[in-house]
Ligand binder design. Structure first.
Ligand SMILES: *Cc1c(COP(=O)(O)O)cnc(C)c1O
Length: 402
């Protein structure tokens, strides 16, 4: 058994930061300190009999082909599963491979799914365009309205899908309440937990049955690679997700797994620093004369602040601000910023500003933009790791330009 996995004395605690550094390590015969990157597609067998045996049943430390599994990928899966307290995890090529894999592996024609409407564009595409094409019926609800969930989830509903915090308007869904509604009808709850982050919200403990992450965001946290992961029971991951993923080709590359494994080591430190910066920016900007709104779940004027306080440890790493002068003011502001980067990622070490109405949410029909609160003056702010007061001075200076 690898050193880092041997059982520890019960007197020694093993909290999140420790687990993010040590768990899942599979040390090779060379005894390397940093996790090895196994850039290999295949694995050799000592004998034909051994090859045959592996195809019958795979042992814990046995691999066949990188699309099925790889030691570096397995280290990443075990480390994040340990963090989440999940029985198992399957790593995917991107966040969208994870969303697609989780849903398509468990659904078939005739099934019914209920989903929150406020979704990341590509998630909406899978639910609205892909699943329906194969005969799955999808009902969309306003995720913050529990009555709509109660009305939509019916006996035989197979799954419920939601993003814990919506993008970019940061509405919060009550995972515990939605899970109770879903479980009462036998439906499985799948949560895309990207905006809540693996550090600030324990969605499995709140009632979710499976979690999905784009590892591209806070898990990498330094804007380098794409990745995703699905977490859940061993039964769901190995019997439902794995057969679908390994045969359809959405597995994570060992190189990306290595980058993300190292990302996990620093994630708790990074996310907490980013969350502290987000709160600092949001509270310093609230009430600014050039802004009509500052949206941040950690501020007491957020419509679901109490739920946020119950469900999350902090308000998150992203805030949204709305400029009074509409798109013209928003563009002037974006172009005047010197430290913030104009881009569309989030969770990065670099602070990033996004104008959702003209980029990430450009293709939404105008009436849907209005109903989701994606106004021409709205800007999403993802807080990075720079000095928080430097970021604030950058924002104040750019607001003066308008
Ligand atoms: C980015 C994102 C995804 C997709 O992840 P990729 O790694 O880009 O494929 C899915 N859901 C949410 C909420 C996201 O922010």
């Amino acid at each position: 058994m690898p050193d880092d996995q041997k059982p520890l004395s019960p007197k020694i605690t093993r909290n999140v930061r420790t687990r993010l550094v040590h768990d899942g390590i599979r040390r090779s015969q060379y005894g390397e300190v940093s996790e090895a990157m196994f850039l290999t597609q295949g694995f050799v067998y000592d004998t034909a009999e051994q090859a045959e045996a592996r195809f019958v049943e795979l042992g814990d430390d046995e691999f066949i082909y990188a699309r099925y599994g790889n030691p570096t990928v397995r280290m990443f899966e075990e480390r994040i599963a340990s963090l989440e307290g999940a029985e198992d995890a399957f790593a995917t090529a991107s966040g969208m491979a994870a969303v697609n894999g989780a849903l398509c592996s468990m659904l078939r024609a005739g099934d019914h799914v209920v989903s929150a409407r406020a979704l990341f564009g590509s998630c909406l595409y899978i639910l609205e365009e892909v699943l329906t094409r194969y005969g799955v019926e999808v009902t969309f609800v306003d995720g913050t309205d529990l009555d709509q969930w109660r009305a939509a989830v019916r006996p035989g509903t197979k799954a419920v899908f939601l993003e814990a915090i919506s993008n970019p308007t940061l509405e919060i869904i009550d995972i515990k309440a939605v899970s109770e509604i879903a479980h009462a009808q036998g439906a499985m709850v799948l949560v895309d937990n990207v905006f809540a982050t693996p550090i600030l919200q324990r969605s499995l403990e709140l009632g979710a049955d499976a979690l999905i992450y784009s590892a591209t965001k806070h898990i990498d946290g330094q804007g380098r690679v794409l990745g995703g992961v699905i977490l859940g029971t061993k039964e769901f991951i190995r019997k439902t997700v794995e057969p679908y993923m390994k045969h359809t080709g959405g597995s994570m590359s060992p190189f990306n797994a290595w980058v993300l494994l190292k990302g996990l080591e620093t994630m708790d430190l990074r996310v907490r620093a980013q969350a502290a910066t987000a709160l600092h920016l949001a509270s310093s900007l609230a009430g600014h004369e050039k802004l009509s709104r500052v949206v941040f779940p950690g501020l007491s004027d957020h419509p679901q602040h109490d739920l946020a306080a119950r469900q999350m440890e902090r308000g998150g790493t992203v805030l949204a601000i709305e400029l009074k002068g509409g798109q013209d003011a928003a563009f002037k502001f974006l172009n005047a910023l010197e430290i913030f980067t104009i881009s569309n990622n989030l969770g990065d070490a670099k602070s990033i500003v996004t104008h959702p109405a003209t980029t990430t949410h450009q293709r939404l029909p105008a009436d849907q933009k209005v109903s989701l609160g994606i106004t021409p003056g709205l800007i999403r702010v993802s807080c990075g790791l720079e000095d928080a007061d430097d970021l604030l001075s950058d924002i104040f200076a750019a607001l003066e330009v308008i």
